[in-house]
Design a protein around this ligand. Sequence first.
Ligand SMILES: Cc1cc2nc3c(=O)[nH]c(=O)nc-3n(C[C@H](O)[C@H](O)[C@H](O)COP(=O)(O)OP(=O)(O)OC[C@H]3O[C@@H](n4cnc5c(N)ncnc54)[C@H](O)[C@@H]3O)c2cc1C
Length: 489
Amino acid sequence: MSDRYDLLVIGGGVNGTAIARDGAGRGLKVLLAERSDLASGTSQASSKLIHGGLRYLEHLEFRLVRESLKEREILLRTAPHIIRPLDFVLPWTASRRSALRVRVGLFLYDNLAGRTSLPSSHQVNLRRTDWGRGLKNHYRLGFTYSDCWVDDARFVVLMAMDAANHGATVLTRTAVTGLEAKGNGWHATLESSSGEKTIEAGMVVNVTGVRAQEVASDIAGFNESRGVRLVKGSHIVVPRLHAGNHALILQNDDRRVVFVLPFERRFSLIGTTDTPIDSPDSEHAVDEAEIEYLLRAVAPYVKQVPGTDDVVWSFAGTRPLKNTGDSDPSAVSRDYALELSRRDEAVMLTVIGGKVTTARKLAETVLERVGPFVPSMGQPWTASARLPGGDITDTEAFHHNLHARYPYLPRPLLDDLADRHGVLCNDILEGCSTLKDLGKDFGGGLTEREVAWLQDNEWAQTAEDILWRRTKCGLHMSPEQRDRFASYM
Ligand SMILES: Cc1cc2nc3c(=O)[nH]c(=O)nc-3n(C[C@H](O)[C@H](O)[C@H](O)COP(=O)(O)OP(=O)(O)OC[C@H]3O[C@@H](n4cnc5c(N)ncnc54)[C@H](O)[C@@H]3O)c2cc1C
């Protein structure tokens, strides 16, 4: 006999894991199936911001911005080790938006969501303050405001861990390849390297990102078009362009904005483009033209202008957006849509779009929608719950105590572990009394002990899972070190 679940969640990105976590915590029997690694879709390739989206105000997306700003506050408390405040500086230039327009936008941004723990926006003199570091000298007027930074791929993994802690079954490298309506539920075919198996599910949530249309039609047989368009965004990583912990938001001559974020201490992350694509198969491909676009966008602003040879890493992610008929991809709403499809008594909910920022709230909305089709379940609970490792009230004191507890371990290594795992780094380091106890040093801040933890607790299986999603150690390693690590795995 096959296993029976209340809820089958297809897709292990930020939205799928948030839904699985919420559902499991409400007492549902949940199965999450991800065909590759957790966060291997768009959720590893976002701009890594927990933000309202200042630029969405220009498109009058007040609902989305308000909801996102409220979520920003909740998520800061939920996972302070992987979500941190980030100040932005907008250097003003007369040839772009007027100063009045920027001030009005920032006023709305400060006030749309009510009280926030982050500082409100300010006008600053870039020549006389540290906010101007790295910028060309002719920029004098600037504006600062606050948002948050997130390690997007780790956010996904922590939600999967929490889902499992609440009883969900999380299967990675397991694709859903068949869905057959049976009575008031589904028979789902799951395919993995160990073969094929069938499970039963009362309700299915299709959270497969750019594949949502394909899963709904080719696998579940719902042929109506979801009117989705795909818009790809690329990012590049270069050696640090400016000192300080703040980010830059730069207005481009096509009215788009480009971010320059401090990244992995030594680097700057520049993004993003907005390129319509026809097929999800090219969701992760970064084009030469996109690299040129990003380099051109920062060149008028920064003293140290980067060139193509400075690009040490690049990545792209693709958004499925509801087709509104707008020709400008930047103007299409970033809000999510939920679509219910029925075959007789069997019901499937498809999620289209959404942001990393709103994943928790989206999950609450999804559970409200699936409520009538699953056994009775508990109340919303995630707004006040911490994610694994996130039980930290004072980050500085937490790092300080860690240094004191492990004086024989290098501080940068401890800081990286703390930033990735929060209080769980104590579990990783348990019984460790010398540096040698961490086992092999693979370079880039990665040790054998952490690798074992990632394999045992975080579904990591390949070198890529570890070097580019569970950590960003790959960025700090030489090509030879990466090859050696791949052979080790
Ligand atoms: C360039 C860019 C920048 C962005 N920046 C931000 C930002 O800064 N802040 C923010 O809040 N949001 C941002 N977003 C939005 C955000 O990244 C996405 O909305 C979010 O990651 C989507 O998550 P998801 O879980 O819906 O999809 P995905 O992360 O794509 O997950 C879908 C998963 O489904 C799996 N799957 C597909 N088919 C099957 C199958 N048959 N069986 C099992 N599994 C399957 C895939 O392998 C994949 O892992 C950005 C988006 C883009 C494109």
